[in-house]
Design a protein around this ligand. Structure first.
Ligand code: MRU
Length: 345
């Protein structure tokens, strides 16, 4: 299994990232030893996916502390640099969560911060495996199918996490149990996380799949070609509203009309109880040129304006199940303002 985020001590202390902008064409790695390089990797999506961002949020504090030592930063400068990492993208709660979890250890020195960051990495892998078992059990019971056909959106595999994956982890778990049918992977415009990354992981894992354009997904659901939609999450609010890659809410609406489950899978670190409802989530707006150009070439007339929200919010009443490593709740049928407290971190 690919390792998206790793701490290495040799030849010098660094975060090693697989550069996700180059997959599937190249498997190249970035060696991150400065805050600037990390912020750039986050902004360009060389590292992406909420749980992976949690890990680099935490490990990034170690990078900042080492750079502070080398360059003689005072405490105020160090704090400002940590905040640059923490705020490099706004929607996935995990990035700020990872940085904030290790910050109390800064006074104890680099080793203490690194130890806590390593715990985050360990815990994430274990959480993903556990939520995958729980999610697979829930889906098999809910659908009653011998082989479950799945549609998924964006990338939620090992690349998006520290290991195994979330929504992808459930798909992998169904495959491991011999209970998986065909997987429909949405290509995920504009940056193609589904076509480039999910299809790459499914291919490596020997899982039968097709890549479809995002616009096909709701029709795939309404035509009865799939039994469940499984997606990841960037932030799940206290009532179960969920931010995920733009296009997710279209799947949820189609699932409701088709009467099939729409399942959100995430580690408990993605649950944000301090945000009450989805309308309080800040949705990242990316450069419009990602929409008006394709692979660097213009795809819209010169001067056309792009609109590029990177995420959307699915209201809790469209979500059949939210699965974390702590359990499953069913927001569509048991709505409650603090529903997610039961399975939060
Ligand atoms: O913009 P991205 O690629 O970081 O968006 C990622 C997603 O929307 C994922 O579905 C989400 O972070 C969950 S990853 C396990």
């Amino acid at each position: 299994m690919v390792v998206a985020v790793e701490w290495l001590e040799e030849p010098r202390p660094m975060i090693r990232l697989i550069d996700q902008t180059r997959i599937p064409h190249d498997e190249a790695y970035l060696e991150i030893t400065t805050v600037d390089a990390l912020v750039d990797a986050i902004a360009t999506l060389a590292v992406r996916g909420a749980p992976a961002l949690g890990a680099v949020g935490a490990l990034g504090v170690v990078v900042a502390m080492l750079q502070a030592k080398d360059e003689g930063w005072d405490d105020e400068t160090l704090d400002a640099q940590v905040r640059r990492i923490r705020d490099a993208r706004p929607t996935a709660v995990n990035l700020a969560w990872g940085a904030d979890r290790v910050r109390p250890f800064v006074g104890q020195g680099v080793d203490a911060v690194l130890a806590e960051a390593r715990r985050i990495v360990e815990e994430d892998g274990a959480a993903n495996r556990e939520l995958s078992r729980r999610g697979a059990d829930w889906i098999l019971a809910a659908t009653g199918k011998e082989r479950v056909r799945v549609v998924t959106h964006c990338n939620t595999g090992a690349l998006a996490t520290t290991a195994w994956g979330t929504a992808y982890g459930i798909i992998h778990e169904l495959h491991r149990r011999g209970r998986l049918g065909l997987v429909y992977a949405d290509e995920t415009r504009p940056l193609l996380q589904g076509a480039r990354l999910t299809s790459w992981e499914l291919t490596q894992d020997g899982i039968d799949h097709v890549v479809e354009v995002d616009g096909a997904a709701s029709s795939t659901i309404l035509r009865g070609l799939v039994d469940v939609a499984i997606i990841g999450a960037d932030r799940i609010t206290a009532n179960g509203d969920t931010a995920n890659k733009v296009g997710s809410v279209a799947l949820a609406l189609a699932c409701r009309r088709a009467g099939i489950p729409f399942v959100v899978a995430a580690p408990s670190s993605t649950v944000d109880l301090s945000t009450a409802t989805g309308d309080q989530i800040v949705i990242e707006e990316r450069d419009p040129s990602e929409v008006t150009a394709f692979s660097g070439s213009p795809s819209a007339p010169a001067g056309a304006l792009g609109f590029n929200p990177a995420f959307d919010v699915t209201p809790h009443d469209l979500i059949s199940a939210v699965v974390t490593e702590r359990g499953v709740v069913e927001p569509a049928t048991e709505p409650h303002p603090q529903l997610l407290a039961r399975i939060a971190g």
